[in-house]
Ligand binder design. Sequence first.
Ligand code: FES
Ligand code: FES
Length: 184
Amino acid sequence: MHHTASPPDTYDTLEEKNHRANATSSPASGVTISFELNVNGTIHTLSLDPRTTLLDALREHLHLTGTKKGCDHGQCGACTVHVNGRRVNACLSLAGTHEGDAITTIEGLGGVDSLHPMQAAFVECDGYQCGYCTSGQIMSAVALLGEPVGPHDADVREAMSGNLCRCGAYQNIVAAIQCVRGKA
Ligand code: FES
Ligand code: FES
């Protein structure tokens, strides 16, 4: 289901804007491929350099900036989205390989008036500080609900180890996830 979009700048931070201003989003080879991407239930037709990552396609071409670019090298989890319900680092995946897949970003998870229970739990448990890692944390946390993860906090920490938080909000992130799992 496609939820009402938030204003485009809702998830933008000053740091992110500066980063984007300095970044080259996609390599320019002069070659493009056309393909369709199903993002949050909406089909988009794109014509992009075949080397464009899913992350850049989402952010730079579909303007879904809730998905963050941290390391761009698969190290931080800020770019986590769901592909057919499973969590994926969008910076490590080529957009053109996802034709026919169902992609969900944080914008598709819930909106201001219809928060996903995990989003509500992050608010309730104070599971963020600067918020830069938060959409990736939440996308990972929601995917985790469908994974064979043990009941203990240590199990959650292990399952969330691919999502870094430089603010160190880990304790409250685990608390939010355990609350939604009914393990708090
Ligand atoms: Fe993708 Fe860091 S931006 S893992
Ligand atoms: Fe700042 Fe996680 S809340 S990086």
